[in-house]
Design a protein around this ligand. Structure first.
Ligand code: ADP
Ligand code: ZN
Length: 721
């Protein structure tokens, strides 16, 4: 092969052809460096007939510079890149960039310097030095990491190096991970669990494409069961990818994994340090990483020999990426399994309607776990009508819920209050002039965070300190908080039950793996009586003494008219309810609502999941919504309001007239201003059979926009803001 076509990491350029110099070996999938103008860029050698041709004549071809020291991307992965780009109307380059997610990894083998204690002591001991020496016992890491661990400055540690107290050690950046072993601690499964596990194990052994929906109530042992499938893949020396929705989940999960397999898995998420990232990437590409537990971005990594994919809590909306390539990891996971010809398990206690529909139509095999493990009963659920049982003035918890919490406290059991709102109050206004604190960059109120004394936008991160006087009318002491957030509920609990030990569990308070682990440990030891949390506490946690769950405001998620509002409410409440009574003691769930007869609330109270899904299915069918019809959104944005509006109108003005395709808008998006950009939106609703992506590509491909305008296409959108 003398002439090769490259996929270049520059979406605007399209594929380019190059000459392979004498003596250089490349094949499709090779990651190479090529000259581009005066620069050098990374590219991937692609099958020439699968990319648009480039018209450079043979004599003008420039030679490749070199091949990077990583395994060529496999054909299965190249097909996945193509499929993802095609389905989500994204560029091949932007998808390929998610594959080559570590710049360091592409540079090949390397070593780095870490430091550890020698056992010696400094000539002059200071309190800081002593603290550092005590904290670093048994640690080995870079100076910067050690400074973090010891809580001292890097200067202190450099001083200790000069004194011979710390010594440098050269380590291989790609040193091997501890080996997991399939039979380290094999559990005794219940009969139901064994049957489910056998199904998965057989599929892993067979090694062909097989999508499963593992549908099991909370606490039924879904994790335990898919661990057996992982064991089967390990025995076969194939890699496993487990996708998890939240970073907070990983700490408890990693511990559990280690107990079962004798070694922690390789983790992958967006906040990995670059050295961890390169090590994980190279181990994944070489096949050395046996099991990878990761957030959605782990899906696009270049696994050498994948044998199984598990998507845990597969209904979670955080599997949908809402920027860049707007893909849904749950759906792409199934496609990856199809290309790799391996099984994929979607596990959930509250599957997405789309997944249930796929199971019903026979595309996914459904595996059920109907009962909780060990005879634990599902909790009893009741609604609490806030229009009848009113909380006291200025309070948010109804007397019956408070009484139930007091009972738990008296018995030494735990309560969990769920409210999906961080901070103290979602809105602050001036009692005197009506001024409201709004984000300057977004169509959103600033949320008061009283613990950290700030007003913050949850969309762009904008923050200010709450002023003493109203910024509008200047009145002192006239600012009032409207509505509750978790901090306000915590205040209320502290007033009502001063002796209770209260913990707030949100992404603000559990913002590191260490804090999350500490919280879990305290909750397990019952060093916490009342947990007040956002969606972060709805899943994964297993606290045997937790016997009461109170849903502070079940109506909250139903506001706003989002397509999936009812489904999301059902899932969140069912998941958080699933935290109650997981041990020997029975659990109770109280749902505060103003609409006890709404379908979703009534179904939750009756524990009638089928009733909810049937009603929801009918509503979706009627609306032509997924999975019966398809949606796509076009979001036009610019820092200039008129520019955004004009571009949206230009798109609207050239809309195609097609049967079975309805195009709504353009209209200002519900978040008309987001991170300083004005936003307009068009919504496309189509029959399932319509070639939605082609319609959109042809339509938008004919248009030109000013430089400041961004046009994003969101296929199968989850966010309707
Ligand atoms: P799910 O993922 O369905 O919510 P888990 O797998 O987390 O359920 O199991 C719930 C709890 O029951 C966990 O603490 C788990 O360790 C325990 N458990 C489940 N199955 C078994 C088993 N076969 N042997 C021992 N413990 C089990
Ligand atoms: Zn903002």
């Amino acid at each position: 092969m003398n002439r090769v076509r490259l996929l270049i990491f520059n979406a605007a350029l399209g594929p380019l052809d190059y000459r392979v110099p004498e003596g250089m070996e490349v094949e499709p999938g090779s990651v190479v460096v090529a000259p581009l103008g005066p620069r050098q860029v990374v590219g991937i050698v692609w099958e020439a007939d699968r990319l648009p041709a480039s018209d450079v004549p043979e004599s003008k071809l420039r030679p490749l510079v070199g091949v990077l020291p990583v395994p060529p991307l496999k054909a299965e992965l190249r097909r996945l890149i193509e499929w993802t780009a095609d389905y989500y109307c994204a560029s091949l380059a932007s998808v390929a960039r998610m594959v080559l997610a570590s710049g360091g990894a592409l540079r090949g083998p390397a070593t780095m310097i870490e430091y550890r204690l020698t056992g010696g002591l400094p000539e002059r001991m200071t309190p800081q030095r002593l603290a550092a020496i005590e904290a670093l016992e048994g640690e080995q890491a870079t100076i910067r990491e050690l400074a973090g661990i010891a809580g001292v400055s890097e200067g202190v540690l450099r001083g200790l190096c000069n004194q011979g107290v710390l010594e440098p050690v050269e380590v291989d950046c790609d040193r091997l991970y501890p080996r997991a072993s399939a039979d380290f601690a094999v559990p005794d499964l219940s009969e139901d669990q064994q049957e489910a596990a056998d199904t998965f194990v057989a599929a892993v052994k067979k090694g062909s494409f097989a999508p499963f929906l593992l549908d099991g109530v909370t606490g039924s042992g879904k994790t335990e069961v898919y661990f057996e499938a992982i064991a089967a893949a390990l025995a076969k020396k194939r890699q496993v990818l487990v996708l998890l929705p939240e970073i907070a989940l990983t700490e408890a999960f990693l511990r559990r994994f280690e107990e079962r397999f004798g070694a922690a898995p390789v983790v992958w998420h967006s906040s990995l340090k670059s050295t961890e990232r390169r090590r994980a990437w190279r181990a994944i590409a070489s096949g050395d990483a046996q099991v990878v537990v990761g957030a959605r971005s782990a899906l696009f990594l270049p696994y050498a020999k994948l044998g199984l994919i598990v998507v845990d809590e597969a209904h979670e909306v955080s599997f949908k990426q809402d920027e860049g390539v707007r893909y849904n990891a749950r759906d792409v996971a199934v496609m990856r399994a199809r290309f790799e010809k391996i099984p994929v398990i979607l596990a959930s206690a509250t599957p997405a309607l789309e997944s249930l529909q796929m199971a019903e139509s026979g595309v996914y095999a459904k595996v059920d776990l109907a009962d909780r493990f060990g005879g634990a009963q599902l909790p009893s659920v009741a609604t609490l009508d806030l229009t009848v049982e009113k909380p006291e003035r200025g309070r948010w918890l109804a007397p019956r819920l408070v009484a139930a919490m007091r009972e738990r406290l008296a018995r030494g059991e735990q309560s969990l209050l769920f409210l999906n709102r961080r901070g103290y109050a979602p809105l602050t206004l001036c009692r005197n002039c009506g001024f409201r604190f709004q984000c300057p960059n977004c169509s959103a109120w600033l949320v008061e965070h009283r613990l950290s004394r700030r007003l913050a936008c949850h969309h762009c991160g904008h923050e200010t300190t709450p002023p003493a006087n109203c910024p509008e009318c200047g009145e002192p002491e006239c600012l009032v908080a409207c509505g509750p957030g978790v901090e306000r509920i915590a205040d209320e609990v502290a007033e009502l039950m001063p002796e209770a030990r209260v913990a707030i569990a949100t992404s603000d308070t559990l913002n590191s793996p260490e804090k999350a682990a500490a919280f879990v440990a305290m909750a397990e030891e019952v060093a916490i009586d009342v947990i007040i949390g956002t969606q972060l506490v709805t899943k994964g946690f297993h606290f045997p003494e937790l016997t009461l769950v109170g849903v502070v405001d079940a109506d909250l998620g139903l506001e706003g008219g989002d397509l999936r509002a009812a489904e999301r409410t059902y899932q969140q409440v069912a998941q958080v309810a699933g935290r109650a009574g997981r041990g020997a003691k029975p659990g109770e769930v109280l749902i505060q609502t103003r609409h006890p007869t709404a379908t979703v609330i009534a179904a939750l109270a009756a524990g009638d999941r089928d009733a909810f899904y049937e009603a929801e299915t009918e509503a979706r069918r009627h609306a032509g919504a997924p999975p019966f019809g398809r949606w796509a959104a076009i979001i036009v944005s610019s820092e200039d309001e008129a520019e955004a509006r004009d571009a949206a109108r230009a798109i609207g003005g050239t809309r195609p007239e097609l049967p079975h395709v309805a195009i709504l808008g353009p209209a200002p998006a519900p978040m008309a201003l987001l991170r300083g950009r004005y936003r307009y939106r068009l919504l496309i609703n189509a029959r399932r059979s319509a070639e939605l992506q082609n319609v959109i590509r042809t339509w938008l491909g004919a248009l030109d926009f000013p430089r400041g305008v961004r046009v994003a296409i969101d296929v199968d959108p989850y966010s309707f803001v």
